[in-house]
Design a protein around this ligand. Structure first.
Ligand code: ARG
Length: 380
C-alpha cells in the first residue's frame, strides 16, 4: 500500500525538510505599548519615552522588503509561503478585564502559533497588545483545518490579562534583587492563570521543551503537559537562570538537526537539565559572539543581540541566517550546513529575526523518539 500523503499540517521538530511556512508581515505595525507585561525602552536613551502609535511608513517598508526577501529565498527552495491577513493595529482595544492603547503587529507568527504534529495550537499569549494577534492568522488556520480531517486545531485558554495577572514591580527590581531571584523563575507574570507564548516551546519529535520565562509560567507548562502527554508526547520545562529577562527560547537553545544544538554561551541550561541531552548523545555547540554589540542593535528593538542565533532551518543540512552574522555562518558550515544568508536587521524592532518571523506549517517526516534514554515523570 502506498503511504498516505502528508496532511497539510505536519511538523514534529525544528529541522525536517520544510514544505510550507507562514512568513509575518509588517503591514500596519505599531510600536509595542507600555503595559504591565512589557516596558519597552529606547536603546541607549534612558529616560526618553518610547514612541507610541503607528510605526513610520519608511520603517514598515524596510521591514517588508526584508520579509519579501525571505519569501523569495524560501520559494526558490521550493517552500510554499503564506502570509497573514492585513489588520488594523492602531485602535485601542478593550475587554472586560483590560484596555490597551494599540496592538502591535503580525511580524512574528512564531510567538502566537505552533504546529505540533498535525495539530495547530494557538498560544494564550502573555501581553495585552498581543491578545488578539491570532486574528491575522485565522483565515489561514480555517483553510488548513477545512482542507483535511487529519488536521486538529486547539486554542489554549485566554488569560484575563487583568492587572492582578502581573507583578509590575518586577520591572523596578534592582540588579541585586534580580540576581537573588535568578533561581526562582518568577518574572512579570503570576502563576494563577495559564500563560504561554508559542515561541517558548521547542519541538524534538516525541519531546517538547518549554522555557519558563516572562511570557510562559508554570501553569502554562502544566497546561501543555496535560494537553500533550495524553497524545504520547513528553513535555520538559527548561530554565536558563542567567537570562534575567527570558522570553522565547529561539535565541537561547536552538536545535539544528538530530544530535546537535546551538547554545548561547551567556545562557547555560540550569544545572541538571543537560542530562537528557548528554544521556542521548546530543552535542552542544556554542554560538559565536554576535556581530553587533548590544548598543549597536536598532534603537527600538527590544530583543538582545542573540537574535543572531534566530536562524530558520530549511532542512537538517540547510539553514537561513542573517547576512551579517558571518562568524555563525562559518561555524554552521564547519558543521556541514549549507547557509543561505539574507539581510534581516530591519525586522529586529518587530520582535525578532528569521525563526520568530515564521511559523512552519508543514515539514516532511514523522514523530521520532530522539531521547530513548530519558527518565520522564508524566504529570498524571
Ligand atoms: N528574548 C529573546 C532575546 O532577546 C528574543 C526572542 C525573540 N524570539 C521570538 N520568537 N520573538 O534574546
Amino acid at each position: 500500500m502506498r503511504p498516505l500523503s502528508l496532511p497539510p499540517v505536519n511538523s514534529w521538530n525544528e529541522w525536517d525538510p520544510l514544505r510550507e511556512v507562514v512568513v509575518g508581515s509588517a503591514e500596519n505595525s505599531c510600536f509595542e505599548p507600555t503595559e504591565p507585561g512589557n516596558k519597552p525602552t529606547i536603546r541607549n536613551s534612558p529616560g526618553t519615552p518610547f514612541p507610541t502609535g503607528r510605526k513610520s511608513k519608511e520603517a514598515i517598508d524596510l521591514a517588508n522588503e526584508e520579509l519579501a526577501g525571505l519569501v523569495a529565498v524560501l520559494e526558490s527552495q521550493g517552500v510554499t509561503v503564506r502570509r497573514p491577513e492585513p489588520r488594523n493595529y492602531a485602535s485601542p482595544i478593550r475587554t472586560p478585564d483590560f484596555e490597551v492603547k494599540n496592538q502591535y503587529c503580525a511580524v512574528c507568527p512564531r510567538d502566537v502559533l505552533i504546529t505540533i504534529g498535525n495539530e495547530i495550537l494557538e498560544a494564550t499569549m502573555s501581553r495585552r497588545a498581543r491578545y488578539f494577534e491570532y486574528q491575522a492568522y485565522r483565515s489561514l488556520v480555517y483553510q488548513y483545518w477545512n482542507a483535511d480531517t487529519r488536521v486538529a486545531w486547539t486554542t489554549a485558554p485566554k488569560p484575563s490579562m487583568a492587572d492582578e495577572m502581573y507583578r509590575e514591580d518586577f520591572w523596578a527590581w534592582p540588579l541585586e534583587k534580580r540576581h537573588a531571584m535568578m533561581h526562582s523563575f518568577e518574572f512579570c507574570i503570576h502563576q494563577n492563570e495559564v500563560i504561554f507564548d508559542a515561541a517558548d516551546i521547542s519541538r524534538f519529535g516525541t519531546d517538547i521543551l518549554v522555557q519558563e520565562s516572562m511570557t510562559t509560567n508554570r501553569a502554562g507548562v502544566r497546561w501543555l503537559k496535560r494537553h500533550l502527554e495524553p497524545r504520547g508526547l513528553r513535555v520538559h520545562p527548561v530554565h536558563f537562570p542567567l537570562d534575567l529577562y527570558p522570553s522565547h527560547i529561539d535565541c537561547t537553545f536552538v536545535p539544528l538537526r538530530p544530535g546537535l544544538i546551538l547554545t548561547n554561551p551567556d545562557r547555560p541550561l540550569r544545572d541538571g537539565e543537560e542530562k537528557m541531552f548528554l544521556a542521548n548523545e546530543w552535542e552542544f555547540v556554542e554560538a559565536p559572539q554576535p556581530v553587533l554589540g548590544n548598543d549597536e542593535m536598532p534603537p527600538y528593538c527590544q530583543s538582545s543581540r542573540w537574535l543572531s542565533m534566530n536562524i530558520l532551518s530549511i532542512s537538517p543540512t540547510k539553514v537561513i541566517c542573517e547576512e551579517q552574522e558571518t562568524p555563525l555562518q562559518r561555524l554552521l558550515e564547519k558543521h556541514g550546513f549549507e547557509v543561505l544568508p539574507i539581510p534581516f536587521r530591519n525586522v529586529f524592532e518587530y520582535g525578532g529575526s528569521l525563526h520568530c518571523a515564521t511559523w512552519d506549517v508543514r515539514r516532511e517526516g514523522n514523530r521520532e523518539d530522539y531521547f530513548p534514554h530519558v527518565a520522564y515523570q508524566p504529570l498524571t
